[in-house]
Write a protein that binds this ligand. Sequence first.
Ligand code: NAD
Ligand code: AHE
Ligand code: ZN
Length: 374
Amino acid sequence: TAGKPITCRAAIAWEAGKPLSIETVEVAPPKAGEVRIKISSTGVCHTDAYTLSGADSEGVFPVIFGHEGAGVVESVGEGVTSVKAGDHVIPLYTAECRECKFCKSNKTNLCSKVRETQGRGLMPDNTSRFTCGGKQIFHYMGCSSEYTVVCEVSVAKIAKDAPLEKVCLLGCGITTGYGAVTHTAKVVKGDSVAVFGMGGVGLSVIQGAKQAGANPIIGIDINHKKEKLAKEMGCTLFIDSKDLPEGKTIQQHLVEITDGGLDYTFDCTGNVNVMRAALEACHKGWGESIIIGVAAAGQEIKTRPFQLVTGRVWRGSAFGGVKGRTELPGLVQDYMTGKLKIDEFITHRFSLDDINKAFDAMHDGDCIRAIISY
Ligand code: NAD
Ligand code: AHE
Ligand code: ZN
């Protein structure tokens, strides 16, 4: 198949707000510096639903979603040296070229090499590798599925014995939450932590906080169905923020029950009012709030500047601050040795034909992660 277009099925989002439709697509061979991958499984992340909704300022249509996959390299383009056909890989929406100003800074995992074209749904030469009935289809966050083409800098090579239908979740949600604790906040033993939003990302913040020895670990959601799994992951107190003491905001309540506020809080909801509450629930003088959630185009955060003057810190975290090519192989090993949980996050599995059911499931309270297998 190398060097030739591959025909396969794909779930195309023709326009915002409409169900995906299963179509036959042609996937062009990888050009220089590119890799074609046969994705075997993909998790559905809230961000896929967010872009489908039309709220993403970078959303382009028609597009093939998916950015939480794992698969096997089918062929590589000219000059590719770090992976070869048959390697098991996780595609990265946060590339790691090791050459750009960002990569060399050692201050961030954000890489600038392919980010600009990626944001427009294109490969670096400004074209797409997908067509459907002759019409160009966009890439999503540099990933997409089933057969897909991504840049070499956007491929993490992982161990062959790792189950692809599980470690695909390291492509986004689990790594994002866990890394936000270990890399962005750098939580240590005894720190107090509160996490808003007990979806896949928030629950992985909880698992990271537990591993770091944080206490208390407070989980907050508006859906009480999330309590059971949150507790299993290590949450020491679950608060349903729809059910607070009379006249209290969630931040007032948290400050009261934690002797002045938390050392670290995390937003995993994407709701800007929650982001404010998370910042204001931080302890005066040192508390840090990490924004992970993605808010809709046009949304802005606000608080009184006095909150920052008096020592609280607002930060953000993308892909958990993790450098994918360098660090994902280690996270895969952590899963294989039992240090990192993945299985517990998988609540639903669907075939590609039922992909719209995965999006529906995300909006009902029982789903943490649905995995599509091809
Ligand atoms: P999810 O939909 O599975 O979980 C969100 C949770 O937040 C749900 O349990 C929901 O009930 C809860 N929630 C909603 N409103 C709330 C409120 N007002 N107060 C408390 N809880 C509330 O989503 P997910 O896949 O876990 O993703 C979480 C967020 O993180 C999304 O915004 C997603 O786009 C974003 N995200 C960001 C990154 C990144 O790199 N920064 C990576 C992955 C996901
Ligand atoms: N396109 C959105 C921004 C989306 C966003 O913030 N994406 C996160 C990853 S979400 C994965 O589920 C991210 O890593 N951002 C860093 C980056 O470089 O995009 C918008 O609002 O325009
Ligand atoms: Zn995601």
